[in-house]
Design a protein around this ligand. Structure first.
Ligand code: AHR
Length: 498
């Protein structure tokens, strides 16, 4: 028996809606035959798929990072604007693909407006630098009357796009990155660009590159050096993490949220160390702008080592199973638990490439298993985030040692009186009987309990069976001032009360 208490006083902070971000990179079939396919029966006047747009709205993503990723470090933004028939076909070195540039900045930002999602643009600090980054900002946000802003107006977009969130490069610590840099090399260029951007508009939200993952040899040192240079001019530092059952270790995989939680705390500690050295009250937050389950070992490098580049190749199209969905749910719980220090988070990516949505060219689009915990969390996490007190059971994991069996968080909207509890049973083998004490809320009734838990954890959704894995009613009841819940092994839960 596991017992927890939820109390409206156990507040972490307000639910940050930007935790429910996503990512569109020019990678594989994410853009072409993903969000954009002019010949598709549902395509809108600008060539974007209507069926995909409807699923993106249902997913509830609030912010979208674009155009990369590794892609951005070799990207010329000028190639993707202006009349489509005059845009060049170029070689994308990151994914060894042919980039047709039929989708570029204006097309993407117009799509964001139609879908109702806030854009977060990344600038190329790989094989380009300060001058091109500043030109790009003027093109996107400049008021008519100067060269690049007028170019945008000439391309049919009179109003500045007013993009507020900007990433200063991508994974510049990674040797795989075009224009890979040492911490100091990156810190200097990021500082220059951040200062120029703040001169243009002091209210922009800027993200400096953090580490590509915690196994990078420069992890920790990278963040320190970068923030010592950029502290005054950026608001966020990025973190990226992808999870898979390394060597088949599903026990640790199911507890991957432990890693994400520690990663966030370590980056925050480094950022706060720099603040302390500067006697500064300012707090730099984390932009967890790439996270997901990714079976890199299965796909990864061998796919990109193809010799012949082609348009929209099928790259890293991971098909997610029921267990992956539970892990994704647990990572969302971790982001919510850190709502006070995670400023933005983006699941990577949106369509086809390691994505919650899969499409067939000319055919249907469907929800992968991981779509469901994201959509339900984005829809129901409202108000303040509450941590749970109590003993949440223990399990042993090869990668993280002993960790809590039940990983949970709650959100409470004082105005509506709605309480949402998100929980995962991280044991692969043991069910849990969970008592949640809710006495501090007065009378509550159960509105809905949805769970993702499959006897066959390898079950997936597919073109032929798009709803094989969907949320089902869970087992719980309100008894007096307690909520009594049964958590099957390896299960994710969204329990709503009011
Ligand atoms: O999301 C896929 C890739 O993973 C991104 O392009 C890169 O930034 C990361 O390594």
């Amino acid at each position: 028996m596991i017992t927890s208490t939820i109390d409206p006083a156990f507040t972490v902070g307000q639910v940050n809606s930007l935790l429910f971000g996503t990512f569109v990179e020019h990678l594989g079939r994410c853009v072409y035959t993903g969000i954009y396919e002019p010949a598709h029966p549902t395509a809108d006047a600008d060539g974007f798929r209507g069926d995909v747009a409807a699923l993106v709205r249902e997913l509830g993503a609030t912010v979208v990072r674009y155009p990369g990723g590794n892609f951005v470090s070799n990207y010329r933004w000028e190639d993707g604007v202006g009349p489509r028939d005059q845009r060049p076909r170029v070689l994308d070195l990151a994914w060894r693909s042919i980039e047709t540039n039929q989708v570029g900045t204006d097309d993407f930002l117009a799509w964001c407006n139609r879908v109702g999602i806030q854009p977060m643009l990344a600038v190329n600090l790989g094989n380009r630098g300060l001058a091109e980054a500043v030109d790009y900002l003027e093109y996107v946000n400049g008021t008519a009357g100067t060269r690049y802003a007028d170019q945008r107006v000439g391309n049919g977009y009179a109003k500045p796009w007013d993009v507020r969130l900007w990433c200063l490069g991508n994974e510049m610590d990674g040797p795989w990155q075009i224009g890979h840099k040492t911490p100091l090399e990156y810190a200097r260029v990021a500082q220059e660009v951040a200062r120029a951007y703040k001169t243009f508009d002091a209210d922009l939200q800027l993200v400096a590159c953090g580490s590509s993952n915690t196994t990078m040899p420069t992890f920790g040192e990278w963040e320190r050096v970068v923030l010592e240079h950029c502290f005054d001019d950026v608001e966020l530092i990025s973190a990226h993490a992808y999870y898979e059952p390394v060597g088949g270790d599903e026990v640790s995989f199911l507890a991957a949220s432990t890693h994400m939680d520690r990663f966030i705390r370590d980056v925050v500690a480094t950022a706060d160390h720099v603040a302390a050295m500067r006697r500064s009250e300012k707090r730099i937050n984390v932009s967890f702008d790439e996270w997901n389950v990714w079976f890199a070992a299965r796909h990864g490098e061998q796919e990109v080592e193809r010799t012949e580049a082609s348009e929209a190749p099928e790259l890293i199209q991971d098909v997610y199973n029921a267990l992956d969905a539970v892990v994704v749910g647990s990572l969302l719980i971790t982001l919510l638990r850190n709502t006070d220090r995670v400023g933005v988070a983006c699941q990577a990516q949106l369509v086809n490439a390691i994505a919650p949505i899969l499409t067939v060219e000319g055919g249907t689009a469907w929800r992968q298993t991981i779509f469901h915990p994201f959509a339900l969390t984005a829809r129901h996490a409202r108000g303040t985030v509450l941590v749970l007190a109590g003993d949440h059971g223990r399990i042993d994991t090869p990668a993280y040692g002993e960790v809590e069996q039940v990983w949970a968080v709650a959100t409470y909207d004082a105005e509506s009186g709605d309480l949402a509890v998100f929980a995962v049973n991280r044991s692969l083998t043991d069910a849990a009987s969970w008592t949640v004490r809710l006495g501090a809320f007065g009378d509550l009734r159960l509105v809905e309990h949805l769970t993702l838990a499959e006897d066959d954890r390898n079950a997936v959704n597919s073109e032929d069976a798009p709803d094989r894995v969907v949320p089902h009613p869970g087992v719980s009841a309100v008894a007096g001032s307690n909520l009594e819940v049964t958590l099957p092994p390896a299960s994710w839960h969204c329990i709503r009360l009011t």
